[in-house]
Design a binder for this molecule. Structure first.
Ligand code: MRU
Length: 345
């Protein structure tokens, strides 16, 4: 089985997701700048995987801090965390992972510098371990919402590749399969970065889960034909009112789901819920390079000089979301109350 991201003695090791499915190449990052570059360049992607990688990047950077006293340690530590925080704006898990590492420093100021460095490495490994456990719980809660024999449509990749392992949306599918249900999946290819075609199709096929690939513009047709029983997607950030930012195209899928009366589920850990953001309009949406739209596999497919938009995420309003599946259970409308209550559990 592949590993998305892993802490090893040699450094932080990641499977290069840009090269999948053709090549399985693992890269080792020995410093935090390398990890920051890997997040920015999409070697690793997917909200929880970004959070875990950021925590590991912080630990890696901290381990190499030269300062011998806490004041100079904190100065260098700040440089590390701000570079990692500047990599991608939408997935709140990035900031969550960094904040968790910052808290370790603040709560352990009395430790010696070598002890503090050791504590940070342990914390990053803990974040990794917890992520897999959380996804298994999401899978358990969400798996029970899917009927035996169901066909599920998913968008982007919210699988093992987007997390430390198991996945959120694909975790729900894996949870149902592990409970003995027969589940089939339709995977949207997810233009322009093709996370569905390259990653979801790859990991489900590897797991021998029945998967059919479609282009994004086929989803409406397939739903109208009555072929889809449920939609399950992941999230990059969920606002306090339940509005969901996820991969561009998710909103269109949610509108289609409502039209065809198909339940639209969002699977995400609590680390994706941002109670500081009241509604979806406040979520920063990453705008990526225009070549992702004008080119395919390095080859231009649009006229030279054409105007392009390339927002990487969109926001699905809470009214289109049938339920949000978390490690602490399933929340339905009214989301404001339900999401807040999760943090008190
Ligand atoms: O740009 P990406 O590939 O990082 O976007 C990933 C997504 O939008 C996923 O659906 C989301 O992060 C959930 S992953 C469990």
């Amino acid at each position: 089985m592949f590993k998305t991201v892993e802490w090893k003695k040699t450094g932080v090791v990641m499977i290069d997701q840009r090269l999948l499915p053709e090549k399985e190449v693992y890269r080792t990052y020995k410093d935090y700048k390398g990890v920051a570059g890997a997040i920015k360049d999409m070697v690793v992607r997917g909200a929880p995987a970004i959070g875990v990688s950021a925590a590991m990047g912080v630990a890696l950077g901290a381990a190499k801090i030269k300062g011998k006293d806490i004041k100079s340690f904190k100065k260098e530590f700040e440089k590390i965390t701000s570079l990692l925080a500047s990599t991608r704006p939408t997935a709140v898990n990035l900031f969550w992972g960094i904040e968790r590492m910052k808290r370790v420093v603040e709560e352990n100021l009395a430790l010696s510098i070598p002890e503090l460095k050791k504590r940070l490495i342990e914390e990053a490994q803990q974040v990794y371990k917890e992520d897999i456990e959380i996804n298994r719980l999401i899978g358990k809660h969400g798996g029970s919402l899917l009927k035996d024999g169901a066909t599920v449509l998913t968008h982007c990749n919210a699988g093992a590749l987007a997390t430390a392992g198991y996945g959120t949306a694909l975790g729900v599918i894996r949870g149902a399969v592990e409970a003995g249900k027969k589940i089939a999946v339709y995977a949207d290819e997810t233009r322009p970065f093709l996370q569905g075609a390259r990653l979801t199709a790859w990991e489900l096929k590897k797991d021998k889960i029945d998967v059919t690939l479609i282009t994004d513009n086929m989803a409406g047709y397939i739903m109208k034909k009555g072929l889809i029983d449920a939609i399950v997607v992941g999230a990059d950030r969920i606002a306090a009112n339940g509005d969901v930012a996820n991969k561009i195209g998710t909103y269109s899928v949610a509108v289609l789901a409502r039209e065809h009366k198909i339940p639209f589920y969002v699977a995400a850990p609590l680390s994706t819920i941002d109670l500081n953001i009241k509604h979806g309009d406040e979520i920063p949406i990453e705008e990526r390079d225009s070549t992702e739209v004008t080119h395919m596999k390095g080859r231009r497919v649009a006229p030279l000089g054409i105007k392009v938009r390339n927002p990487a995420f969109d926001v699905t309003p809470n009214k289109l979301v049938s339920a949000i599946i978390t490690e602490k259970g399933v929340v339905r409308n009214p989301y404001k109350k339900g999401l807040k209550a999760l943090f008190a559990k």
